[in-house]
Write a new protein. Structure first.
Length: 405
């Protein structure tokens, strides 16, 4: 939409910004709302342990599979129409799974929901580059914060809402309603596309090109390393405190500190990355804080429990760093789209292994010492891949060089 990107009125710019923020706000609740009411869902639908395990693994798998398709859709029908279709899938999938009473339809509709979320998730950074090329850091900070707010709200309020409203289905209709609201700005954007923007029919670059680039793999490995840390902490931090002698409610409180602090960090980190000439210095802070946190959890988990949660939240700030770095490693919205798609698709596959590995090590050894040590050591590749990906270069240069070979 060139007329919005280059000669935007304040109204149009605000419409685009609202669309990005509302979209980001709704890219996590449909996934994170399942965990707090998983017991009720299992009892209501008759899910066995295996099916429940598949359900909890679906987000990472769908984000990997469908995220890879996002640039293809975008180049066929345009980015705004692609987001519009993703939102339709999110609303239809979420609504449908609240109306079924059998495991298989529930899983299939969950795949549709997560597929829409995955496509929109990948295209968000490219839309920021497309509409706000001179304000990438600030807009990235806004939508990164919205992502974290949506994640935290769904985790905190789904179970209480289920209790107050009379069931898990009723509570999840709240998140459907929020997704419907987020469609409003995109109706305007898609309508404006119809008159002003031709549809690209051929993609300049795809996976077959970026798979041969060094930067593509560095970004993918960095994203996978930081997502592994995040998935592991979200899944196991509370249990670590409980195993050390704390109550389940205290463990939940520490997890709340971890997720709550991701909101301000989600805003501050992209702003720092966009304004600093050497943003990679933040990676050393993430590594030191993460390793210090797990050291404390290993040797004295209940001595300064809140400090370990705070430090771990800082250590997990690689996600907003990655989002901001996408805008610095490409000079076009198409470049950002293909880099985002490849990095996140590969990265989510890597990240899906983390919680299972942690749990397997816990089962084999009988305590948390070995899994904590392994998770601590995994901060080293996170910092290493992040430092390498942060060196000044553009994905377009590597793609062009590869096409000339």
């Amino acid at each position: 939409m060139p007329h919005i990107r280059r000669n935007a009125t304040s109204h149009a710019a605000l419409m685009v910004m609202a669309g990005l923020v509302l979209l980001a706000l709704n890219l996590r609740p449909a996934a994170t709302a399942v965990g707090p009411v998983l017991g009720e869902i299992r009892a209501d639908l008759g899910l066995n342990a295996t099916t429940a395990g598949v359900l909890t693994a679906l987000p990472a798998l769908c984000f990997a599979a469908f995220g890879a398709m996002a640039p293809i859709f975008s180049n066929r029908v345009g980015p705004h129409r692609t987001i519009g279709m993703a939102l339709v899938a999110m609303v239809a999938g979420q609504s449908g799974r609240l109306l079924v009473d059998a495991p298989v339809p529930f899983l299939l509709l969950s795949v549709i929901t997560l597929g829409g979320m995955a496509v929109a998730n990948v295209l968000l950074p490219s839309l920021v580059r497309r509409h706000f090329p001179s304000r990438i850091g600030f807009i990235t900070a806004l939508y990164s914060t919205a992502l974290n707010v949506g994640t935290m709200f769904a985790g905190l309020f789904t179970a209480p809402l289920a209790m107050w409203l009379g069931g898990w289905r009723q509570s999840m209709w709240i998140w459907v309603g929020m997704t419907v609201i987020s469609c409003v700005p995109w109706l305007f954007l898609v309508s404006a596309d119809r008159d002003h923007e031709p549809i690209a029919r051929h993609a300049a670059w795809g996976f077959r090109h970026i798979v041969h680039t060094r930067l593509g793999w560095l970004m993918a490995l960095f994203f996978g390393a930081q997502s592994t840390q995040a998935y592991t902490a979200f899944g196991w931090l509370s249990s670590i405190y409980v195993d050390a002698g704390a109550s389940p409610s205290f463990g939940g409180l520490m997890l709340g500190i971890l997720t709550g602090l991701s909101i301000p960090f989600g805003f501050l980190v992209p702003m720092y990355v966009s304004r600093s000439e050497r943003p990679q210095r933040a990676l050393w802070l993430f590594g030191v804080c993460g390793i210090t946190s797990y050291t404390g959890l290993l040797f004295a988990p209940l001595t300064l429990p809140w400090l370990w949660a705070v430090l771990l939240s800082i250590g997990m700030s690689g996600f907003p760093y990655f989002l901001a770095l996408l805008g610095r490693r490409a000079n076009s919205s198409d470049g950002v789209a293909v880099l985002s798609a490849f990095s996140q698709s590969v990265g989510y596959l890597i990240a899906a292994i983390g919680p299972f590995l942690f749990g397997a090590l816990r089962g084999l050894t009988g305590d948390f010492q070995v899994p904590i040590i392994v998770t601590m050591v995994l901060f080293l590749p996170l910092v290493g891949f992040g430092l390498a990906a942060s060196r000044p270069r553009l994905i377009e240069d590597e793609l062009i060089a590869g096409s000339n070979d």
